[in-house]
Design a protein. Structure first.
Length: 193
């Protein structure tokens, strides 16, 4: 067997205890301790080793929540959802905390808490559904659009992506179909102001 000359590549040699038998940790038990059980709630990776009969007895009386108050148990169960990792309230200040890297000062005149908001309802007060959002996005509009805005956006995009204007380009044709589908959806379902 060839050994590396590099000390960083040497594996640490350690005793696995593979050949030894462990005796049961229960007092006066001569049997082999083949089954592990945690010593305490605070030391879950430190084990007693018991024979089958004694590990059954130990597990029957083991209670992880012993000596914990109801409030501590409740907090433990709530923290279990996040694997006991620290958490913070979500959506505290929301987009008011957005800090954009804006070297050209494009957004300098905009009020941060206001510019990011997009209306979530249609002009008739009904909430936007997924199809409405998709159709508006394809036309480059938001929920505040009127039917005239929709018509103008459609005409502008048709001129740009119509197959005759693009020499039959496949990608342009797919975009044209998506724009037409979006316009059909909004034309039939979008309310007048």
């Amino acid at each position: 067997m060839h050994h590396s000359q590099n000390p960083y590549l040497e594996l640490e040699r350690f005793d696995t205890g593979a050949g030894r038998k462990r005796s049961c940790d229960h007092p006066d038990c001569p049997n082999e301790g083949r089954f592990r059980a945690p010593r305490s709630r605070d030391r879950l990776n430190d084990y007693y080793w018991f024979c089958l009969d004694h590990v059954r007895d130990y597990n029957a009386q083991w209670n992880y929540f012993a000596e914990m108050s109801e409030q501590e148990i409740d907090r433990y169960r709530r923290d279990e959802a996040s694997w006991h990792r620290p958490t913070w309230p979500m959506g505290g200040r929301g987009p008011a905390d957005i800090h954009l890297n804006d070297p050209l000062d494009i957004f300098a005149g905009l009020d941060a808490p206001q510019w990011w908001r997009r209306p979530n309802t249609r002009p008739d007060g009904r909430p936007l559904n997924a199809a409405d959002r998709r159709a508006l996005a394809r036309l480059g509009l938001d929920a505040s659009a009127t039917r005239d805005d929709i018509r103008r956006a459609y005409k502008r995009l048709v001129k740009r992506y119509h197959p005759d204007a693009n020499g039959g380009d496949r990608k342009g044709e797919d975009t044209f179909k998506a724009i037409t589908e979006a316009y059909r959806h909004l034309r039939t379902d979008w309310p007048e102001r």
